[in-house]
Write a protein that binds this ligand. Structure first.
Ligand SMILES: Nc1ncnc2c1ncn2[C@@H]1O[C@H](COP(=O)(O)OP(=O)(O)OP(=O)(O)O)[C@@H](O)[C@H]1O
Ligand SMILES: [Mg+2]
Length: 396
């Protein structure tokens, strides 16, 4: 029986979902303090593909009977999809999500109250749009926009107050929050506004999650000591599977893979225990044949282009300059000055591209030393170079 999920699956069955008992019980117990009237604000971090989204969806599923729960994937916000993320688009997304949840829970009075609010609070309305089947008025001025945002952000608390015997609180999960960077200069204002509204809520918990490295600037803006939520945000980091976990996982879920010891060691080295790669590689490997170190190495080369689809796609959208910077980091991490010397350019001209490469999760900086943070990109670039003698700058 095929039990492994594909690396692109966003929701796993209980059969497919493996491990993470400790993370789940920690996050759940933190979230359940919401029922006592002091809700936490959580930041769930972890590298790309480690399993944050599937974990959050599982936790949502387990809490949805007791709480009003809402899961938002910010990268699915309509404005972002069309290349322009706006505060209004985000509010629309939050609003639809709460309305859907009320529908699911059959909280009918909410709809009447919302309608009444829109009629009585007399903000000037430019238009009424259809937000996922629910009418949402578009305010005319900046001032009205703030009123509407405040209204949307206060919704879960209000809904709770109207339905407190039925639910213990509300939980809003905001995934892929790194796309908020697209707000650019308006990011700070947005975060502080969010903070000011939600800090007064006694029964709503907020969970932020996204793929960023822990040294990322947006994390600083949110959770750092001078950040909008500084001090009161709890960080939980999700780690790749350990070697033992991967071994047990494959033995249980994919017994048709037959590794000898060195073959398995190599499998772990290739995937680094990142569930996205573990699943993808395990599904593409030859089954029912004995796999030693060399076999796994060969197979890794064969399947790399498939495992690296997402990364190759990103690579092909980089400028030549950005690609050049990336390849200088292949052998070892370098300081900004060293990169500039290697490429014979000024350090100043590195600021923008280094920022973009970091924002895209391709490189990271540890104490001012830059390195490639995406292991599969590294492996793929090396393979291309070995086979073709040049980097795939423009060949895709
Ligand atoms: N606990 C798990 N058990 C089994 N497979 C898992 C588990 N966690 C993750 N996976 C596999 O890894 C894939 C990627 O997981 P997920 O999308 O949750 O990662 P992510 O951390 O949210 O990544 P991104 O940062 O790109 O959003 C899943 O589709 C699934 O195939
Ligand atoms: Mg995710």
């Amino acid at each position: 029986m095929e039990d492994l999920a594909w690396g692109t699956d966003a929701e796993l069955t209980d059969e497919q979902f493996y491990n993470r008992e400790n993370d789940i019980s920690l996050i759940k117990s933190l979230l359940e303090t919401t029922s006592t009237g002091s809700p936490p604000t959580l930041m769930i971090v972890g590298i790309r593909g480690v399993g944050k989204t599937v974990l959050l969806k599982k936790i949502k599923k387990e809490l949805k009977n007791d709480y009003l729960t809402c899961y938002i994937d910010l990268s699915a916000t309509s404005g972002y999809q069309m290349g322009k993320l706006t505060e209004m688009g985000i509010m629309e997304h939050f609003y639809t999500c709460w309305m859907e949840e009320c529908q699911n829970k059959n909280f009918k009075t909410v709809f009447k109250k919302v309608k009444k609010y829109f009629q009585t609070k007399n903000f000037r309305i430019r238009d009424i749009v259809d937000a996922g089947g629910y009418p949402l008025p578009i305010p005319e001025s900046e001032d009205d926009y703030r009123k509407l945002s405040k209204f949307v952000l206060e919704l879960p608390q209000k809904i709770y107050e109207n339905h407190s015997p039925d639910i213990k609180g509300a939980i809003l999960i905001i995934d892929e929050f790194q796309v908020l960077k697209d707000l650019g200069g308006r990011l700070d204002a947005f975060l502080w506004f969010l903070r000011s509204v939600i800090q007064s809520q006694k029964n709503v918990a907020y969970v932020f999650s996204g793929s960023i490295n822990s040294r990322d600037s947006i994390i600083e803006k949110i959770a750092g000591k001078d950040g909008a939520f500084g001090g009161r945000m709890l960080n939980v980091e999700i780690h790749p599977f350990t070697k033992e976990t991967v071994r047990d996982y494959l033995t249980e879920k994919k017994p048709s893979l037959i590794f000898n010891d060195s073959g398995f060691d190599r499998f772990y080295e290739c995937t680094k225990g990142i569930p996205y790669y573990v699943n993808t590689f395990a599904k593409l490997l030859h089954q029912d044949v004995s796999l030693d170190e060399d076999n796994v190495k060969e197979e890794f080369k064969r399947t790399l282009p498939m495992m690296a689809v997402h990364t190759i796609n990103q690579w092909s959208r980089l400028t030549l300059h950005e690609q050049n910077i990336t390849t200088t980091l292949l052998d070892k991490p370098l300081k900004r000055k060293e990169i500039a010397e290697k490429l014979n350019i000024t350090t100043g001209s590195l600021s923008k591209p280094l920022n973009k490469l970091q924002n895209w999760g391709l490189i990271e900086s540890k104490k001012g030393i830059y390195g490639i943070s995406e292991p599969i990109l590294k492996a793929w670039l090396k393979k291309e170079y070995e086979e073709k003698g040049v980097f795939p700058f423009r060949s895709i």
